[in-house]
Each structure stands twice: as structure tokens, then as C-alpha cells.
Design a protein around this ligand. Structure first.
Ligand SMILES: [Zn+2]
Length: 316
């Protein structure tokens, strides 16, 4: 298959570099308007993040994310293997507020923290993880399952180190990224998450970063990582490139209300700005499926309940 980098002219290369720079600057600063019925349009208009106010450089294609996962329509694929994440906590480097979410970044210059297996044929390197969340516990996740909303969603971002040499290269390519999505639900306090929560007051404002080390992201995965949905999608922040193999965990993790409240104490704004804005509702609006298949690694055990019209026993 012809890749973008293989066909770009010098001008194309310049554009490519520009897009990559833009992608870096805006990395994970998604543009998301709340599409929930619970949000009034007035609220949406007043809260839309600046990132989503400008026309998008790359308009949506046919495999945009996030989506609603309709369980009945997902297709069990017995060829899907178990996922094998192997993370080295020593590759954890820093945590920073990029003005849209907070990112925990990993050294991705070597294959020390990797993801293999599942739907993936290549080896992918972990580069960062971040979250999306709502202003309250009724919404906040980017993906939904049968329209069910979760208060937050974790994204662990990996890039294909078998095929590419840099994240910035992989982000433009079809098979460049693999992102694990994990839903957060309100319940018990999450001990692993607390180390992150404790670091957040130091990066309250946009642009602030502090050293953050020895954090094992595997502690944020649910106990059962063998059950997941997977589909071909995109980044949910500009440049919205359709580079992502999504792996969305069926099992959620629990965090306490107080832990999520600290997420909401972060700010979209820098210290110099006059009007400070809470970092909430940092998710993208859901996107049409456009004929894509969502595969599942598990059998949903769906039992069709016959309706009166198609059941001979009740058609009396
Ligand atoms: Zn994300």
C-alpha cells in the first residue's frame, strides 16, 4: 500500500512537517462538543474548547472516532488474541497539562514499554496516556457502550515501532497507532490512580509540567484485559488522522468521586489568562460508524428474545 510519506513532494513534505508540528502542539487537545441530550445547546456553545472553534485542517473521513459500540452488532472474532502489554515503569518521565487534558509521558526511544497481541500484528511503543472526563459523573467518556456513558475514559497511546521510527511519523499512517481505551466508573478509590491525582495540583495551569517517574500504567488496566472491542478509527483530537486501531476494554475500572473531582480542578487556561476555565468536558462528539465492523474478543452470549410477531407460539 502506498503510504503518505512515500508520495510526498518537497511541498508535501513541508505540509507534512507543518501538520506534524501542529499535531505536536495540539497533541491531545481534542475538540469536543458535548453531543449529549443532557447538555443544553447554550451550555455547549459557551463551553466549546478553543481548539474546536477553528475549522479543522483535516475534515472527517470514513473512520473517525469516538463511536458508540453497539454490543448486538459487534462481531465475535475468535482469531483475536490476548493483549500483551509490557510496561517498564522506569520509562515514565513527566506529567503535563497541555490545555485540554493532562498527559503522562513515557520515554519511547526504545522498546521498553510495549504493546503486542490482540488485534495487532506489529509491536507498538507506549508514548503517553491521558484521560477525558465530564463536568459531573453523568458523562465524560468518548466511547459509549449501547449509549451508556461513563464519567471518564483513559487512553493509552502506542505507536507502531516495527514500521515507523517516530510517533510523529506513525501518527500520519493507517496502521500507525494503537490506543487502549478504559472506562472509569465511580466507586472505590483507586490506589494506583492516587499517585497521579496527588501530582495534579502541581500542573493546574495549561503548559505546566513536572517530573513524574516510576509509574506503571498497567495498574490502570482492568483485571480482565482479554475481553475487548476493536475497530479502525482515528485520533479524537486534531489532526484527527485515521491512524488508530482502537482497543476498548469491556471491563471498567473504579475510581472515587473525590479522585475525579481533582481532575476537574485542572484548568484549560494558563496562569496569565484573566478568565480561568475548568478542564471539564474534554471529549469529542461521537462520529458515525460508516459501515465499519466492531469486533469483540469475547462472545457476548446474546440470546435473541423472540418478539410476538416472529414467535409462532405467540402468533395466535
Ligand atoms: Zn484521548
Amino acid at each position: 500500500m502506498v503510504t503518505l510519506t512515500a508520495i510526498v513532494s518537497p511541498i508535501g513534505r513541508q505540509l507534512h512537517r507543518h501538520l506534524v508540528k501542529q499535531a505536536r502542539a495540539q497533541r491531545w487537545v481534542p475538540v469536543r462538543r458535548c453531543n449529549l441530550t443532557a447538555c443544553s445547546s447554550k451550555y455547549v456553545l459557551s463551553q466549546v474548547h478553543p481548539m474546536w472553534q477553528e475549522p479543522l485542517a483535516v475534515p472527517g473521513g470514513d473512520r473517525q472516532s469516538p463511536i458508540d459500540i453497539v454490543v448486538r452488532k459487534s462481531v465475535f472474532d475468535p482469531r483475536l488474541k490476548p493483549l500483551t502489554p509490557q510496561y517498564d515503569p522506569r520509562t515514565c518521565q513527566q506529567i503535563w497539562n497541555n490545555g485540554y487534558s493532562f498527559l503522562v509521558e513515557y520515554d519511547d526511544t526504545t522498546d521498553k514499554s510495549t504493546l503486542k497481541g490482540g488485534p495487532l500484528e506489529d509491536q507498538f511503543r507506549l508514548c503517553q496516556f491521558h484521560f477525558h472526563w465530564g463536568e459531573n459523573n453523568s458523562w465524560g467518556s468518548e466511547h459509549t457502550v449501547d449509549r451508556r456513558l461513563y464519567p471518564a475514559e483513559l487512553h493509552l497511546v502506542h505507536w507502531n515501532s516495527d514500521k515507523y521510527s517516530l510517533f510523529e511519523e506513525a501518527v500520519m499512517e493507517e496502521n500507525g497507532l494503537a490506543v487502549i481505551g478504559v472506562f472509569l466508573k465511580i466507586g472505590k478509590r483507586h490506589e494506583g490512580l492516587q499517585k497521579l491525582v496527588d501530582a495534579l495540583p502541581a500542573i493546574r495551569h495549561k503548559g505546566s509540567a513536572v517530573e513524574f517517574t516510576k509509574f506503571d500504567p498497567a495498574c490502570l488496566l482492568p483485571k480482565n484485559i482479554d475481553d475487548y472491542w476493536t475497530y479502525a478509527g482515528s485520533l479524537t483530537t486534531p489532526p484527527l488522522t485515521e491512524a488508530v486501531t482502537w482497543i476498548v476494554m469491556k471491563q471498567h475500572i473504579e475510581v472515587s468521586h473525590d479522585q475525579l473531582a481533582v481532575f476537574r480542578s485542572l484548568l484549560f487556561t494558563s496562569a496569565e489568562e484573566e478568565v480561568q476555565k475548568s478542564m471539564v468536558n474534554n471529549f469529542r462528539v461521537q462520529q458515525p460508524l460508516k459501515g465499519r465492523t466492531v469486533r469483540s474478543s469475547f462472545t457476548p452470549f446474546l440470546k435473541e428474545v423472540p418478539t410476538p410477531s416472529d414467535s409462532p407460539n405467540t402468533a395466535v
